[in-house]
Design a protein around this ligand. Structure first.
Ligand code: WT7
Length: 646
């Protein structure tokens, strides 16, 4: 356990660090000037003169009169600066196939892909859905869409066809880019059939074209909308001039779970987003693009993949690894083998992965040469001090600083993190708002709480990469983030400052769960469960889990007539778990389903998840006095104790 020991940066690290302590002072003295200076590290086709327009709060306009092309910033400008031969991507396929792609090559591919999209009719502002495995074409497509001023909506390849269809329809997507499949755990895993299913029977009427990358070579069904990527790329013009777009040009929509059932389409725009993604990536990971090899294990289906696989690293001219597979296939040392092979120096992953490696033991990473590592990052959920120390000692050889980075899909880029050459690191704490970011911890009334006291994390000043809204739902944008506290963005997380003024994240305070660093909504899973004919009512909670942080636990009331009619006395919970997995995706599959006769509700009919969490986490049940029927919980817990669970 941590005894509050801190780890100061070594003098050697400090001496070469990109970010020094002066960043805090500069940002404090002139926050907007500081952001303007960061933005100037990008290439602006037309320089901006305005920094922030907050007159339409909470919708910010950053660098509003400036014009840039995001794709040009990630590609052409590096080639024009003579860095075309630098490796952009070291691609490691799951079966072990490898591709090394330089900035010149990546630029050429993106230009062609942009022409392919033009040939398919894509114009500025159109929405393009991307449903792909972690292969270079996924990155190429994102940059090609951005290059045209069109808007991408990446849908994680692990999501179901229903989830894909919902996202396509919410954004009126015109073109879908996919692959026949990808590889997972040693096997080809199909993707194209899910697109076919999503589009079947006119369910997604706005989709005109589907572009399909051949990855696995498995058979696919073909429709008149389908085009092979390789055919179209072969026909496409090679030259494409990147055009300038306004700073506030929409760049992407990314759906994330909220407290209600329907996922929210988080909208990000260009200039401010790219500014903060680039600045944080360089300073927080201490990126020296000439020498570092960077690897972020996130999939492009999540915000981490957008900001810290695609936009931040490429805008910084970094060389990075992208990996198609999972950490444990074909052997549990696969990640460490990759670090050894490519001499990865900066590594960014999630606590859940670290905890599962920790459980397997240090013998596995110890077999590999990890001495190239010099900075480690963590994201997605709080990292417990034990996992932090293990990460530092076993993976980082006891000498790599760890940056624990707090942020969200909505914030677009890192908001709280140590700076590796400045901060004395404290295991388990994300510590410090990034220079330029203003955070408060407040009580229910919006007043700041003293150090040592838990409260709610809010952001009190606009920041460049902030979301600009929820796609086609301005009301929900206001309601979800800005209605709790006047003028403050409410993140949904509990937090506290400790006695030294370091920030600790205490987990979500709303009905959002965090499973393996992925955000899931209790309401979304509940509505999937009640969508099954056997389920009358459902309540879902996130229960503590040693590896995944939280796990989905569902309580259901069955419609016994339906169950009997189906003759299904056995395997009920297995069938319901599969139902959720198919409906939303395997990440949403409940770990456990408990069949109960009643759910604990308040007199106004609100389910008291707190009490269900007590049951799911095997704790004595807390205060039940606000329940409409106080006997419900004892009935549930005696039933569970009697073995009625999964
Ligand atoms: C939620 C956002 C940011 C990319 C990955 C998740 C939790 C994220 C941390 C951290 C404690 C964290 C928060 C946040 N979270 N990073 N370092 N320490 N909690 O993005 O899916 O939008 O989820 O993840 O609860 O609100 P996301």
């Amino acid at each position: 356990m941590s005894d509050n020991k801190t780890f100061a940066p070594s003098s050697a690290f400090q001496a070469q660090a990109i970010a020094g302590a002066e960043l805090y002072a500069k940002a404090k003295a002139d926050r907007l000037g500081f952001w303007a200076e960061q933005a100037k590290s990008l290439h602006w086709h037309k320089p901006f003169t305005e920094v922030l327009d907050w007159s339409h709060a909470p919708v910010a306009r950053w660098f509003d009169d400036g014009e840039l092309n995001v794709s040009y910033n990630c590609l052409d400008r590096h080639v024009e600066a003579g860095l075309g031969d630098r490796v952009a991507l070291y691609f490691e396929g799951e079966p072990g196939d490898r591709r090394v792609i330089t900035y010149s090559e990546l630029t050429a591919e993106v230009k062609k892909a942009a022409n392919v999209l033009i040939n398919l009719g894509v114009v500025k502002g159109d929405r393009v859905a991307i449903y792909m495995p972690m292969i270079p074409e996924a990155v190429i497509t994102m940059l090609a869409v951005a290059r045209l001023g069109a808007i991408h909506s990446v849908v994680f390849g692990g999501f179901s066809s229903d989830a894909l269809a919902t996202r396509i329809n919410d954004a009126d997507v015109r073109v879908v880019v996919t692959a026949d499949g990808g590889y997972r755990k040693g096997k080809a895993s199909a993707l194209k059939p899910a697109v076919d299913e999503a589009l079947a029977d006119g369910k997604c009427p706005t989709v005109e074209q589907v572009l399909v990358v051949k990855r696995t070579g498995e058979d696919v069904t073909w429709t008149e909308k389908d085009h092979w990527w390789h055919d179209e790329m072969a026909k496409a013009e090679t030259e494409h001039m990147a055009q300038a777009f306004p700073s506030e040009q929409e760049l992407f929509i990314l759906y994330t779970s909220g407290t209600t059932g329907a996922p929210k389409g988080i909208l990000h725009t260009s200039g401010g987003y790219l500014t903060q993604a680039t600045y944080t990536h360089r300073n927080i990971f201490d990126l020296h693009p000439e020498t570092d090899v960077y690897w972020c294990t996130a999939d492009i289906g999540w915000i981490t993949g957008h900001s810290y696989v695609v936009y931040g690293p490429l805008a910084n001219g970094a060389s990075q690894v992208i990996f198609e597979g999972t950490p444990d296939a074909p052997h549990p040392g696969r990640w460490w083998e990759i670090i050894e092979r490519y001499k990865v120096s900066i590594f960014y992953t999630a606590p859940t992965a670290i905890r599962s490696f920790m459980k397997l033991g240090r013998e596995i990473p110890d077999k590999f040469d990890l001495s190239s590592l010099r900075v480690l990052g963590s994201v997605g959920e709080p990292i417990n001090p034990e996992a932090w120390l293990w990460y530092r000692d076993v993976i980082g050889g006891g000498h790599c600083p760890i940056v624990d980075t707090w942020w969200q899909t909505e914030t677009g880029a890192i908001m709280v993190s140590p700076l590796p050459g400045v901060t004395s690191l404290k295991p388990g704490s994300a510590q410090t708002p990034v220079p330029g970011i203003e955070i408060k911890i407040v009580n229910d009334q919006g007043q700041e709480v003293p150090r040592g006291e838990a409260g709610l994390l809010t952001i009190t000043e606009p920041w460049p990469s902030m979301l600009r809204g929820i796609w086609r739902n301005p009301g929900r944008f206001h309601e979800a983030y800005w209605s709790n506290f006047e003028g403050q963005y409410f993140a949904g997380d509990g937090a506290k400052w400790d006695e030294d003024g370091d920030l600790w994240l205490l987990g979500r305070v709303d009905d959002v769960m965090n499973v393996s660093g992925h955000r899931l909504s209790t309401a979304e899973i509940e509505s999937s469960l009640v969508g099954h004919p056997w389920v009358a009512e459902a309540a879902v909670v996130g229960a503590k889990d040693e590896i995944t942080g939280q796990a989905v636990v569902a309580f259901v009331i069955l419609r016994l007539d339906q169950v009997e009619a189906a003759g299904a006395a056995e395997n009920i919970s297995k069938i319901l778990r599969e139902h959720v997995s198919k409906d939303i995706g395997p990440i949403a599959r409940p770990r456990q389903i408990m069949v109960v006769a009643e759910l604990p509700k308040t007199r106004s009919g609100k389910i008291m998840r707190r009490l269900l969490r007590d049951v799911a986490e095997d704790r004595p049940i807390g205060d039940v006095t606000t329940l409409a029927d106080t006997s419900v919980m004892s009935v549930i817990s005696s039933k569970i104790a009697g073995g009625a669970s999964d």
